[in-house]
Design a protein around this ligand. Structure first.
Ligand SMILES: [Zn+2]
Length: 210
């Protein structure tokens, strides 16, 4: 009685082992399938990254479109203009940036993030990244807008007559590369130039110096 009993117990155990092996296998298959499903988009992403080195994760793309990633280099304008249709600027810029840079808007005084900025560095066009001003030429004008007595390079800005206010002729300042509106220049600034470039903070991106 003992023998067959043992045998049958072993057979049962054997059966259990087979069943648990099958269970393990199907579990493994399910896990493997889940992995395959979850990693399916990876080859496409890898391909996109390989094809376009500027590709960024979706989160970063949502914060600022890939096409408008700014190259904040300090160099004189090379003469190669950036000319985008208005609809594209509208898509690339924030609402405030679009209003000021593309619609000749003006931010309310004392509201700009860079008005009181006293750090060493360079100020670039918020639309195209071209360097416009340097911290060494920044001064406290008390007007509520970032103020500079000279541009980083003369070639990087365009100055033109602005008669948009009745009875007043002002000199508008634009970015030479993308023609974005920056602000105005007045002749009541400090030495050595006597100029006051009165610039919208929203139109600028600050890059700290090294
Ligand atoms: Zn620009």
């Amino acid at each position: 009685m003992l023998g067959p009993g043992l045998y049958s117990n072993r057979a049962k155990e054997g059966g259990n082992a087979v069943r648990s092996n099958i269970l393990m296998l199907s579990l493994f298959a399910a896990v493997a399938a889940a992995i395959v499903i979850s990693t399916d988009p990876l080859p496409q992403m890898a391909a996109a990254t390989a094809a376009d080195p500027t590709a960024t994760p979706r989160k970063a793309a949502a914060a600022r479109p890939v096409e408008n990633r700014l190259d904040l280099t300090d160099a004189e304008f090379d003469g190669v203009a950036i000319d985008r249709p208005d609809a594209e600027w509208k898509r690339l810029l924030t609402a405030d940036e679009y209003y000021i840079l593309r619609r000749q808007g003006t931010e309310r005084p004392f509201t700009g993030a860079l008005t009181e900025n006293k750090k060493d560095g360079t100020y670039h066009c918020a639309a195209c990244g071209l360097v416009l001003f340097r911290s060494k030429a920044k001064f406290d004008s008390g007007t509520g807008w970032p103020s500079f007595y000279e541009a980083a390079y003369k070639a990087n800005i365009i100055e033109k007559e602005d008669r948009s206010l009745p009875g007043e002729v002002r000199t508008e300042v634009e970015c030479a590369r993308c023609k974005g509106h920056l602000g105005h220049v007045f002749d009541d600034g400090p030495e050595p130039t006597g100029l006051r470039y009165c610039i919208n903070s929203v139109a600028l991106k600050f890059k700290p110096g090294k």
